[in-house]
Write a protein that binds this ligand. Structure first.
Ligand SMILES: C[S@@+](CC[C@H](N)C(=O)[O-])C[C@H]1O[C@@H](n2cnc3c(N)ncnc32)[C@H](O)[C@@H]1O
Length: 328
């Protein structure tokens, strides 16, 4: 996964004249605030917003793009007569930050309108400025300053995305904002969180709350029941992000890529028709003449070993990866 060229060039443009040392120390400040859960604005000035864009945006872009592509694939299983079957054309990004989710969604969807809600001025200004380098709907994106906890969300869109945002709030605020996001979503709500036990815990909690409000899980889950994953484990996926020269500089490392772990949930308004099969929960183990898979299916977690005797299913499983849907 790589950032689109326009976005990479836009970042380079925005970073012209910024000192590497200042960016590294801004990144360190942000990460300290996140680690200590200081509350309030985690990103407080342009330098910090640029440091976020440089060091985190490639990973959040990659995670949103991957989660959305799994979601759109699951949407294909919806009955055609249902309204939610049609691909979303309007996007509302809640807690948009520097706009990673907008860039990611625009790679996969033919968007005709984009609205970004964000309360940190430096993030808003940087996100807006980056999007102006994009074409059409990107440069025309509407930005609104709003505290999602205290303010009403008046906007509605086919697709509402909240990426790497809800974990920044206390539980009561998070459930309140998740409910606002659900109300704002006309077709689809996609929430992405870090692929950690905490990030997964946030999603598990939201899943219960929104299910009681009539939301149906479209992806990654194969069913609407309680998550069968044990309390000591967590459902998450991974995406490999290529590091550009600037990205390496921001991370003070030479590794050509990084693996971003993320958890996600996509909700729809009508009960989805799921394809037969199961979600692959870990990297498949490929042995000589066989493949071992850990899957989440309609009846819970299952281990499956497929070999040449399984014919087409074995061939298909060998091409699949962690996070994919295996039809059988
Ligand atoms: C970690 S950043 C994620 C940004 C972006 N969604 C991404 O995936 O890269 C979280 C963003 O949520 C915003 N945010 C957090 N709480 C908010 C609130 N109560 N109202 C509006 N924005 C909020 C923060 O200012 C920050 O820009």
């Amino acid at each position: 996964m790589e950032l689109p060229n326009v976005l990479r060039e836009a970042l380079e443009e925005e970073l012209k004249g910024a000192s590497q040392q200042a960016l590294l120390s801004a990144a360190e400040k942000i990460s300290l605030r996140y680690r200590s859960r200081s509350g309030g604005l985690y990103i407080q000035n342009r330098q910090e917003a640029l440091a976020y864009a440089l060091s985190r945006m490639p990973a959040t872009f990659g995670a949103v793009q991957k989660a959305l592509s799994y979601t759109l694939e699951a949407l294909e299983g919806m009955p055609e007569e249902k309204k939610t079957f049609e691909a979303p054309v309007s996007l509302l990004d809640m807690g948009a930050g520097t706009g990673a989710a907008v860039w990611a969604a625009s790679e996969l969807l033919e968007l005709s309108s984009v609205t970004c809600l964000e309360y940190a001025p430096a993030m808003r200004e940087t996100g807006q400025s980056l999007l102006r380098h994009g074409k059409g709907v990107l440069e025309k994106a509407r930005w609104k300053s709003i505290d999602l906890v205290s303010g009403p969300v008046e906007e509605k869109a086919d697709l509402v995305v909240a990426s790497y945002m809800l974990n920044e709030m206390d539980r009561a605020s998070r459930l309140q904002v998740a409910e606002k996001a659900w109300q704002a979503a006309e077709k689809l709500l996609l929430i992405i969180e870090p692929g950690t036990p905490e990030g997964y815990g946030v999603l598990r909690d939201i899943r219960r709350a929104l299910s009681e409000r009539g939301a149906y899980v479209l992806a990654p889950c194969p069913h609407q029941g309680d998550c069968p994953i044990s309390e000591t484990d967590w459902c998450h996926f991974s995406c490999r992000v290529q590091r550009s020269r600037l990205h390496k500089m921001a991370k003070s490392g030479d590794a050509p890529y990084e693996d971003e772990k993320f958890s996600y949930l996509a909700f729809v308004k009508e009960e989805p028709l799921k394809k037969e099969g199961a979600r692959i929960l870990r990297h498949p183990y490929i042995g000589k003449g066989y493949v071992k898979l850990e899957l989440c299916g309609k009846d819970g977690i299952l281990q499956k070993t497929l070999s040449k005797r399984d014919g087409e299913l074995y061939k298909s499983a060998r091409k699949k990866d962690w996070g994919d849907w295996l039809e059988f």
